[in-house]
Design a protein around this ligand. Structure first.
Ligand code: DAH
Length: 349
């Protein structure tokens, strides 16, 4: 029997040593020490032994049991540590690995120009206002001295939604809105940039485009004059198109201003010498402007004997095209990523 116990112990030790995982180690424990285990069986069969042999064999079995238990416990610790090491190895995070790159959009060139204009005018004390893109005929035309049937309406091919509603053809509509909304009829100094719509489509016209409108109204005694308008536009144009830009005021006609002007700027490409951009004239037509027509003041609740002011408006798309050298206006509206990503100037933001 001693020999048998020795054999059992040897084989248990061997199995424990070669065991590779905790599950297997547990199986070994059951196989040798469990209720029906090999050593337990020996203890059960001790009834067959003589009274002298029993304690001797009993203590040998117990020794073997203790040793096997000890080995199993040691092996358990070893395997647990191994498992943990492996887990740590597999789940290791290398914080130095570069992160996943995600694509970030960039500001649209139109928005860049709008923000630049707004910043400039805010710095001169203007308020930034907005108005609806779906306008009424009343605000888009009538309140700007353009009654129904007025020939100047023909200059703006309009998208009418109903007889009354139109996609605004000009941000000038916001002039009337601002005057009407100002119940106290206090002085006004606003800038409004936004989308406008006309039925036209070619390399320099799009059915949707953007304009910016400026309006200054002040008490008559403050004498808002053409000189103020010119000074303001000079600051504006020099900021947008270069310090050396000069302005030229050409008499023109707009129903909402009197006198009215078209304002040209010296060609920033050839500095006025004449090139293909300015069609050899040295000048580029840029803005419409003038002194607010007394009818417009009156129609929108301002007494022309007590108030006067100036207004101006220009296309933002053209400004963006000049500023960034864009050759076809439609690029601005086709959302081509190859075009837009060229304006990805993160350093500016
Ligand atoms: N609204 C005009 C246009 O779209 C531009 C314009 C001209 C705006 C004269 C003005 C102005 O405020 O005074 O052609």
């Amino acid at each position: 029997m001693k020999a048998k116990i020795g054999e059992i112990k040897e084989s248990a030790i061997k199995e424990i040593k070669t065991s590779e995982n905790l599950q297997n180690l547990n199986d070994i424990r059951v196989m040798y020490l469990g209720k029906k285990g090999k050593l337990t069986e020996i203890l059960r069969s001790m009834g067959e032994l003589s009274a002298e042999e029993r304690p001797v064999i009993g203590s040998i079995v117990n020794e073997a049991r203790e040793e096997i238990e000890k080995l199993i416990n040691e092996k358990t610790e070893e395997l647990k540590k191994k498992e943990l090491d492996e887990k740590l190895k597999n789940e290791k995070i290398d914080v130095t690995i570069p992160g996943k790159k995600f694509k970030r959009g960039s500001k649209h060139p139109i928005n860049r120009v709008i923000e630049e204009i707004e910043d400039l005018f805010v710095s001169m004390g203007y308020d930034v206002v907005t108005g609806p893109e779906l306008e009424t005929d009343e605000y888009c035309f009538e309140r700007l001295n353009l009654p129904k049937g007025h020939p100047a309406r023909d200059m703006q091919d309009s998208f009418y939604i109903t007889n009354e509603y139109v996609l605004r053809t000009q941000t000038s509509a916001v002039q009337a809105r601002t005057m009407m909304n100002n119940k106290e009829k206090t002085p006004i100094r606003i800038i409004c940039a936004g989308k406008t719509y006309r039925r036209e489509d070619d390399a320099t016209h799009s059915h949707q485009f953007n304009q910016v409108e400026g309006l200054v109204i002040d008490k008559k005694e403050n004498n808002v004059s053409l000189a103020d308008l010119k000074g303001t536009l000079e600051v504006f144009v020099r900021k947008m198109l270069g310090k050396n830009s000069e302005l030229r005021f050409r008499p023109s006609y707009f129903p909402f201003t009197e006198p009215s002007y078209e304002v040209d700027v010296t060609c920033f490409k050839c500095s006025g010498k004449g090139c293909n951009l300015c069609k050899s004239t040295g000048w580029i037509e840029l803005l419409g402007a003038g002194i607010v027509h007394p009818n417009v003041l009156k129609m929108n609740g301002y007494d022309p004997d007590k108030f006067s002011g100036f207004a101006f408006g220009t296309g933002i798309d053209r400004l963006a095209m000049f500023k960034y050298g864009i050759t076809d206006m439609r690029y601005l509206y086709t959302n081509d990523i190859r075009f837009l990503s060229q304006f990805d100037r993160k350093d500016e933001e």
